[in-house]
Structure formats: C-alpha cells, structure tokens
Design a binder for this molecule. Structure first.
Ligand code: ADP
Ligand code: ADP
Length: 225
C-alpha cells in the first residue's frame, strides 16, 4: 500500500531531514509515526500524500510511483489518500457541511449525491447536529473531527493525520482516536504522527520512529525491511 525505498528529503539548505528511509505499510495497517518535534514526522506524511517531493529514493503509494505520476493519475492519488494536517485548513466563511463538500466539488457528483455523502461523513465523526454551524464556533475536538470528515468523504484507502490529538484534552483525544480506529476496522490504512507516547502505548500497534538521523520500525525485528 505504501513503500519507501531509500528515501531522502532535504529542504534547500536543510539537508537530509529524512535520510535513507525504507519501510512498507500493507493495506489495512494502523501505524504511528513517532518522534520528537522537528524529527520529520510531518515531512514523512507530506511525502506520502504527494504534498512534497522526495529528494532521492522511491515512494510507492496505492500501487503508483509518486515520482512517475502522470498529470492524469494525480487526482486519483488525491482521492486515495485522505489528509488531516496540523493546520486543519477549515474554511470559516462557510458551514461545516460546505467544508466537507469541498473535496467532492471536483468529482462531478450530482449535488444530491454529494450532500448525502457529506452527511454520512459528518455522521461517522458524530457531527450530524452541527452541519450548518460555522467551524469557528466548534470546539477544538469538533474542528478536528470536521477535518476528518472532510478527509474521508472521498472514501480514501489511506488516511494520514498529523498530530490529530495535539492540544486536545485526554477524553477528546480518545474520541478522535476511536474515530480513526473505526475507519481502520473497515479496512482503511491509517498513519498517525504523534509525540504522545502514552497514547501510542495504549493503542499498541506498529510504530515508525524517527529521531535525529535515525529511523526505527517496531516491526523490523520481524524483518519487515
Ligand atoms: P515534525 O513533524 O517531526 O515536527 P517536520 O517534518 O515538521 O517535523 O520538520 C522537520 C524539519 O524540517 C524541521 O527542522 C523543520 O524546520 C524542517 N522543515 C519542515 N518543512 C520545511 C520547509 N518547507 N522548508 C524548510 N525546512 C522545513
Ligand atoms: P505547505 O507545506 O506548503 O504549507 P500545506 O501542507 O499547507 O502546504 O498544503 C499543501 C496543499 O494541500 C495546499 O494546496 C492545501 O490546500 C492542500 N491541503 C492541505 N490540507 C489538506 C487536506 N486536509 N485535504 C486536502 N487538501 C489539503
């Protein structure tokens, strides 16, 4: 589902933020990307989402080499990968449901179909009552769930989230995590960046750990590499 082979990433003078990263994630896995602030977790997720290019190495997502994506294939990749970045990029000039409708606007679906899909997405994250609310009036946890609804409305095969529980109280963080577990249970491959060790231990699962110039895969003792 996702494969990194000897991937390096530099930003201009910022050399080798990621250096020689190799791992595979198979369909249906639930994986944490761990590491201290600045380690490169967001960068790793952005590479998977195709929001940043790798500097070296090969990345395959959903059966496609990202460096060889044709212009025609790009929109399909966008739909295959649902992205929840740290800045949720919610639009405050429109309602919650209109935010969820945005990714559907380019698909050419009839409005009635789009609306019922958006409502289904809001229902999955428990925000049915808030569809007409402006996101600015929502709590941090609700905004995070709205961003999840927007990311899943296209029914992506892969869901990636960057620190989705940061700045949330423990109870709200648990609710957000259970939303992700629900999607994973129905087969969505899920990657979550976090520096919350307690949260990750509790959801004990595979962990890709990035630290300064070092990469470890909790599954690599089984020789996953
Ligand atoms: P994390 O998510 O683990 O906090 P990031 O991937 O956000 O780490 O950042 C890793 C390093 O890359 C940091 O030193 C950061 O300053 C640098 N970095 C991230 N994005 C850019 C960018 N667009 N241009 C230059 N440096 C960047
Ligand atoms: P940068 O790394 O340059 O700050 P961003 O990560 O903010 O870029 O966003 C890159 C692109 O992806 C932008 O065009 C933005 O509109 C889009 N984008 C950001 N978040 C999402 C999301 N959750 N779902 C879909 N597209 C998004």
């Amino acid at each position: 589902m996702i494969e990194f082979l000897h991937v390096f990433k530099s930003y201009g003078q910022e050399k080798n933020i990621l250096a020689d990263i190799t791992f595979q994630v198979t369909a249906g896995e639930f994986v944490f990307v761990a590491g201290p602030s600045g380690a490169g977790k967001s960068t790793l997720l952005k590479l998977i989402a195709g929001l940043e290019p790798a500097s070296r190495g090969s990345i395959q997502v959903n059966g496609q080499r990202l460096d060889k994506l044709s212009a025609r294939a790009k929109p399909y990749l966008r739909r295959a990968v649902g992205v929840i970045l740290q800045d949720t990029h919610l639009l405050y000039d429109r309602s919650a449901i209109d935010n969820v409708l945005l990714p559907l606007s380019v698909t050419g679906l009839p409005m009635s179909t789009a609306k019922s899909r958006a409502r289904a997405a809001l229902e999955k994250v428990g925000l049915s009552q808030k569809e007409q609310a402006n996101p600015i009036t929502l709590s941090g946890g609700e905004q995070q769930r709205l961003a999840i609804a927007r990311a899943i409305v296209n029914r992506p095969a892969i869901l990636i989230a960057d620190e989705p529980t940061a700045n949330l109280d423990a109870e709200t963080a648990q609710r957000i995590m259970s939303v992700f577990r629900d999607f994973n249970r129905v087969g969505v491959t899920t990657l979550i960046a976090s520096h919350d060790e307690a949260l990750m231990a509790q959801h004990a699962t595979r962990c890709l750990r990035i630290t300064q110039r070092h990469f470890a895969d909790s599954a690599s003792s089984e020789n996953r590499q």
